[in-house]
Design a protein around this ligand. Structure first.
Ligand code: XIL
Length: 384
């Protein structure tokens, strides 16, 4: 009697359970069919990494030692990105810390990329910032001709070593003044004039004719004078058949830069026909003057409302990229550091901020889900 009672209870419970599962499934299928756009989609983003949601390569800039020492950071790197840049490990000041070349970190980075099937993007061959004084002294020992030789030797050696492995390079980084449309008066410029840019691209191309070669700079999405200067340089280089294939918009963005300005600048850049890379994406709330320690702390805490605004900004950015940059020019979107714990923004500008898509605990922020929604959107039309 008791057993029969228990059995019928069990049958009833299973039936109720099945009904619940069926009804949940029916609802979620229905919702999927209705419109993915209207849903708060955080729950749908859980199992797929960002790069699996899109055909655009999605990159993350990392320090290889930091990633290898931190399992959670390593997991989110492997899961979300199909392309890897080095925050510092491939810069001249890292490869040439002293008069001998050190490639250990780059080799480690390459091994990581090969093991996990990631594209390795080379950042960067020439940059003015942090260029050690000993390099400047050594390179210019015998005047301009020796600077040219030093530059050629460096580029040839590094690009040849990673030929066919590093598929693209930022050949010249930040070659224009912070604002306005003039060449930055860097060590390379002062020694060789504007011709250093042309030379650098030619040396890189000679070393690896298949590598995709980029010019990379900041504020191109908002300073039209600077953008025009860079575009003029690009058309002059192209007239001389200089092998330049891509333009990197660093995209160290600020929340208050209007989307309409970004869209306008992006369209002008895409019209060159070059590959377009958002190469160092983050979105800061506070202001800065683009130089070291130049931050201005306006916001002291990250509110729920700010999180949602940032999510919207990240979403719009992907939509603009997908909408404006033709498919065959979409080289990718790369996040710089990509978590609020490690972001370069805080130490560099000496402020607190929350510019990335993962929080201090390396958990996804609304910004992550906003970006993912932009990648998944079936009709990437923007309101602009
Ligand atoms: C930054 C690194 O993230 C910092 O760790 C370092 O102290 C300074 O350089 N534009 C660039 C990047 O092209 O190389 C910079 O990276 C950030 C600004």
């Amino acid at each position: 009697m008791i057993i029969r009672f228990l059995n019928s209870m069990l049958r009833a419970t299973s039936t109720i359970y099945l009904l619940i599962v069926f009804s949940l499934c029916f609802h979620s299928c229905n919702n999927d069919n209705a419109s993915i756009e209207q849903l708060p989609t955080a729950h749908l983003n859980q199992n797929k990494g960002l790069h699996e949601l899109s055909t655009i390569p999605i990159g993350g800039a990392i320090s290889i030692n930091k990633v290898l020492a931190d399992e959670k950071l390593k997991d989110i790197t492997i899961k979300n990105f199909s392309s890897i840049s080095a925050t510092n490990d491939m810069k001249m000041y890292s490869i040439l810390r002293d008069s001998t070349y050190s490639f250990e970190k780059v080799d480690k980075l390459l091994a990581f990329c090969e093991e996990h099937d990631k594209r390795l993007f080379g950042h960067t061959l020439l940059w003015h910032y942090g260029l050690p004084q000993w390099i400047q002294d050594e390179a210019s020992k015998n005047g301009a001709a020796s600077v040219d030789k030093f530059m050629k030797d460096y580029i040839s050696k590094v690009v040849t070593k990673y030929k066919g492995k590093v598929v693209a390079w930022d050949v010249v980084n930040e070659g224009f003044e912070t604002s306005g449309g003039d060449y930055r008066k860097t060590f390379w410029y002062n020694q060789l004039g504007a011709a250093y840019v042309e030379k650098a691209f030619r040396y890189a191309h000679e070393a690896d004719p298949d590598a995709v070669l980029f010019y990379n700079d900041f504020n191109l999405e908002r300073d039209t004078a600077k953008l025009n200067g860079v575009l003029k340089m690009i058309s002059e280089l192209k007239e001389k058949d200089v092998p330049i294939h891509g333009l990197g918009f660093q995209m160290h963005l600020r929340m208050d830069i209007p989307d309409s300005t970004i869209a306008y600048c992006l369209k002008k850049a895409a019209d060159t026909g070059l590959q377009i890379h958002f190469s160092e994406l983050d979105i800061i709330f506070n202001k800065h003057n683009d130089s070291k320690d130049g931050g201005e702390q306006q916001y002291t805490e990250l509110t729920e409302e700010m999180k949602l605004q940032q999510a919207e900004k990240y979403k719009n950015l992907v939509l603009m990229y997908r909408n404006i940059v033709p498919l065959d020019q979409q080289y990718g979107i790369t996040f710089w550091d990509f978590n609020d714990r490690d972001t370069w923004i805080k130490p560099f500008f000496n402020i607190n901020d929350w510019p990335t898509i993962f929080d201090e605990n390396l958990d996804p922020k609304p910004a992550y889900h906003g970006f993912a929604d932009g990648l998944k959107s079936k009709s990437p039309k923007t309101k602009i």
